[in-house]
Design a protein around this ligand. Structure first.
Ligand SMILES: Cc1cc2nc3c(=O)[nH]c(=O)nc-3n(C[C@H](O)[C@H](O)[C@H](O)COP(=O)(O)OP(=O)(O)OC[C@H]3O[C@@H](n4cnc5c(N)ncnc54)[C@H](O)[C@@H]3O)c2cc1C
Length: 518
């Protein structure tokens, strides 16, 4: 049996590889170290001296070292099994498909976008030609919105076992084992596509189906169950159950549900801007040093401040990252961020957002459940116009935003389609910009250099979470009206992020099996 021990090392200790020495000197004279495994690694940069905390499993001579995790076993399925149509191949859809196979059901995955490699060409076309393919972009395509992301894998989900199982599955399909021990694991945009491709190949090898370039365009139901769905290529598809995992940007799906009298509800979400700083500024501030010492990763931040009872907060911070153009339609600008696995880009970016609910939605009430979609769209379209009706985004120096004046010159940025000077105060609803100003002023006091000439804002950040909830039964997880429809993960309002979406995909697959077995 391994002995679990905890150690705290300084950066110098880490550079000189002192963990093993520390472990050995913690053993008694008759204990001989055979090997050790890092179970948890975290950085404590709160004080002047940065500490690296380790929790390790120590194996003594004569002990067998178990594998770091148990690989999931899957058995073949075929068309004689229960059939589950999964709409959307994001993390939720892919993990739901794996779970279906594990449980002996045949998944049929329908994805409007392209496979993960072909999808890249459409991203380049957004950057270079300012052309947005409405079916293949940063949000749509194999792997979903999380594919070209930082691949941060932390979640507020408290179900540790479930989180661990998702991380282990990612390792099984090619992610580094380090994600199992890092306190803030992330994969990186360069590594995610390979992992997603392996998951898809496995689903197909095991008898599942995956259909790319295929959009669900209609739902046929009788008020109690879905009878079939219509695909963009004209095919009608029927199944025992349907998992709707189409993400927070599939506005046509929200519209379709509304048009077909399938209950959906307005859901609060958050909007704001993306703030960008030189990574060196964030490193200096967070690590209290002039230059980041070698073993430390690019520093991140997490900021929050209450302005008039409303929390202004940082969202999806990408150290050493790039601001991505995440529009899903032609006449809109949407920003988000990604990082390569090494997080070695010279910029750090983060969404800075404010929650919005019915109380600020007055002009949009006429849209009912779709009010949030129209609110987002109005901001995104105004920013598109301000950017010259291209994918160039409106931008402003942070100091100018606080003084409400258009910048005369802009900082360099990682946002590849380009930026255009604008006063973002006039592009965002007054309520949002005033709260953001209050938040930024406070952040400037909390973090050295945060409000400085080096800081720039790029707008807008609107797709933080779904503006719609698709209500489902709390235990059965099926839609409150249609008993074989399973609203799933982020688009339905039950997840926020890669890991929680994957967990929800698995939960829904398990709920389906339970229902079909009754
Ligand atoms: C640039 C970027 C960076 C991000 N960074 C991170 C991060 O670091 N960490 C993190 O945890 N989260 C991150 N996120 C958020 C994360 O990607 C999402 O929370 C997650 O992908 C949601 O998973 P999902 O499966 O619910 O939906 P999605 O990933 O949105 O997948 C939905 C899928 O459904 C498909 N679809 C939509 N409509 C239809 C239709 N009608 N027919 C067929 N298919 C359809 C879409 O093409 C898409 O592939 C990021 C998002 C973006 C855009």
């Amino acid at each position: 049996m391994a002995i679990e021990k905890e150690f705290t090392l300084t950066i110098q200790d880490v550079i000189s590889d002192k963990l093993q020495v520390a472990i050995e000197s913690s053993l008694s004279r008759n204990q001989i170290l055979s090997s050790y495994r890092i179970l948890r690694k975290s950085i404590d940069a709160r004080g002047r001296t940065i500490k690296i905390n380790y929790k390790v499993a120590v194996y003594l001579q004569g002990e067998t070292v178990p594998p770091s995790f148990r690989e999931r076993e899957f058995y073949r399925v075929n068309s004689s099994c229960k059939r589950v149509v999964i709409i959307g191949a994001g993390p939720a859809g892919l993990f739901a498909a794996l779970k279906c196979i594990e449980l002996g059901m045949q998944p049929v995955v329908i994805e409007r976008g392209k496979d993960v490699r072909s999808r890249r060409r459409d991203l380049v076309s957004i950057h270079r030609e300012h052309r947005v393919n409405p079916d293949s972009n940063y949000c749509f395509g194999e792997g979903g919105a999380g594919t070209y992301s930082d691949g941060k894998l932390y979640t507020r989900s408290t179900k540790r076992g479930d989180v661990r199982s998702v991380l282990e599955t990612l390792v099984q399909f090619g992610a580094s084992e380090e994600i199992l021990s890092d306190a803030h694991p992330h994969i990186g945009t360069n590594k995610l596509p390979g992992i997603i491709e392996s998951i898809r190949n496995r689903i197909i090898e095991l008898g599942g189906e995956v259909h790319f370039d295929t959009r669900m365009v209609d739902i046929i139901h009788n008020g109690k169950i879905i009878q079939s769905i219509l695909l963009s290529d004209g095919r009608m598809v029927s199944a025992d159950s349907y998992i709707l995992a189409t993400g927070h940007s599939a506005r046509d799906v929200f519209q379709l549900l509304n048009d077909r009298n399938i209950l959906i509800e307005f859901k609060p979400f958050a909007v704001g801007v993306r703030a960008e700083h030189p990574q060196s500024l964030v490193d200096t501030s967070q690590y209290h040093c002039d230059a980041r010492p070698d073993p430390l990763p690019a520093a991140s931040y997490s900021l929050v401040h209450q302005v008039g009872g409303v929390g202004v907060y940082s969202f999806c911070m990408c150290p050493g990252g790039i601001i991505a153009p995440c529009a899903t339609e032609q006449q809109e600008i949407v920003t988000n961020g990604w990082s390569p696995s090494k997080r070695n880009n010279p910029f750090a970016n983060s969404g800075i957002v404010v929650p919005v609910d019915w109380s600020v939605m007055n002009d949009f009430r006429r849209y009912g459940a779709l009010a949030g979609v129209h609110y987002q769209r109005a901001i995104e379209h105004a920013c598109w116009q301000a950017g010259g009706s291209t994918q160039c985004a409106p931008a402003q120096r942070l100091v100018d935003f606080l003084e409400r004046k258009k910048s005369t010159s802009l900082q360099q940025t990682s946002y590849q389609p380009g930026v255009v000077p604008a006063d973002l105060n006039s592009l965002l609803p007054d309520w949002v910009s005033s709260k953001l100003r209050g938040g930024f002023e406070a952040f400037g006091k909390k973090m050295r250099g945060y409000v400085s000439d080096a800081a720039m804002l790029v707008a807008p950040e609107t797709r933080t979470s779904s503006p719609v909830r698709i209500p489902r039964h709390t235990e059965l997880l099926c839609h409150v009206e249609l008993e074989n429809l399973y609203p799933c993960a982020e688009g339905a309002g039950y997840a926020g992020g890669i890991v929680s979406a994957a967990i929800d995909g698995e939960r829904v697959a398990m709920a389906i099996l339970q229902k079909l077995n009754e």
